[in-house]
Design a protein around this ligand. Structure first.
Ligand SMILES: C[S@@+](CC[C@H](N)C(=O)[O-])C[C@H]1O[C@@H](n2cnc3c(N)ncnc32)[C@H](O)[C@@H]1O
Length: 294
């Protein structure tokens, strides 16, 4: 059970309580987050920064920075003359990011716990903003995205990664877990597949409604290679998907595992490994005239 109790009816929780629960989830996930050797957050963060295209010398912000998958790529892109602010609701994720930055001798990084909005963050205006796999955890994605954009100067670059579809076998495996999802769960697999997250077109609309220009949205495939369903469970227990596993009643877990295993077999290749494909959605644009000018 994650802190905050995922069996509660989220629909009755206010936005602040829902964000506190997301912070609690990632505080809990932080020690094992991105540590099990599956190339996932790092290639997604790197591709996001590449497509966002910040320039050397930029002041950039990485929202929902976590352990730094996009932050370190941003630091590379802005170079020593640039600066990066990393913001996250989870203090435990940011403690690990701070240590990793210290080990690398990085001095042009600020790390801030909390929300990224003009009320919560004095820094800015920024020249570039990234948020890799973050916004679908927010209870008010349109409002929150608007607050992020209020931190930018006109013309600043914006890049978000979210998820497109998974392949058929992966989708079938997750469908087994989704049967147990608590109502109104904030997650890539629930809120992250509807509304603004439903398609490249709806992501482009999210950007345009917030006043962004030069908007593009695309899905790029990312393959994950694993030996079996047990490895898929171990890996997904280190992701937001852990919320779905933890919602399965303990007396039904063996049955769910068996169903997941059967579903994933459709992705077994001639090399004996499971080859799972996730489309990763990258949406980029430039801040319009609503952005900050100070
Ligand atoms: C899936 S992780 C992604 C972390 C990192 N960007 C990466 O790609 O590895 C989502 C992160 O977003 C943070 N988060 C979720 N909602 C947020 C919000 N509204 N503001 C700031 N951080 C948020 C979580 O605490 C978590 O660390």
């Amino acid at each position: 059970m994650v802190p905050g109790g995922i069996q509660e009816d989220d629909a009755n929780m206010d936005a602040a309580a829902q964000r506190a629960r997301v912070a609690g989830l990632f505080d809990q996930l932080s020690p094992g987050y991105d540590q099990n050797g599956v190339p996932w957050f790092t290639p997604i963060g790197a591709r996001l920064v590449e497509l966002t295209a910040p320039r050397p010398g930029d002041r950039a912000i990485d929202v929902g920075a976590g352990r730094g998958a996009a932050t370190f790529a941003l630091l590379e892109a802005v170079g020593r003359l640039g600066h990066v602010t990393a913001v996250d609701l989870s203090s435990a994720m940011l403690d690990l990011l701070r240590s990793a930055a210290h080990e690398r001798g990085i001095t042009n990084l600020d790390v801030r716990v909390g929300e990224a909005s003009p009320e919560h963050l004095e820094a800015g205006p920024f020249d570039a903003l990234t948020a890799s796999l973050v916004l679908f955890f927010d209870p008010e994605p349109d409002l929150t995205f608007g607050r992020w954009l209020a931190l930018l100067r006109p013309g600043a670059r914006i890049g978000l990664s979210t998820f497109g579809p998974t392949d058929e076998a992966w989708t079938a495996a997750e469908a087994v877990l989704l049967r147990h999802a608590p109502p109104a769960l904030l997650d890539a697999r629930t809120t992250g597949r509807v509304g603004p997250f439903a398609s490249t077109g709806s992501m482009a609309t999210l950007f345009q409604n917030a006043g962004a220009t030069d908007v593009t949205s695309r899905d790029d495939p990312l393959e994950v290679t694993l030996p079996d369903a047990a490895a898929w469970r171990s890996w997904t227990m280190t992701l937001g998907l852990r919320q779905l596993w933890e919602a399965v009643p303990s007396d039904q877990l063996d049955g769910v595992l068996a169903e997941v295993s059967t579903a994933l077999e459709a992705d077994r290749g001639d090399d004996g490994m499971l080859h799972l494909t996730q489309q990763v959605r990258y949406t980029t644009g430039s801040a319009g005239t609503l952005a900050r000018t100070d």
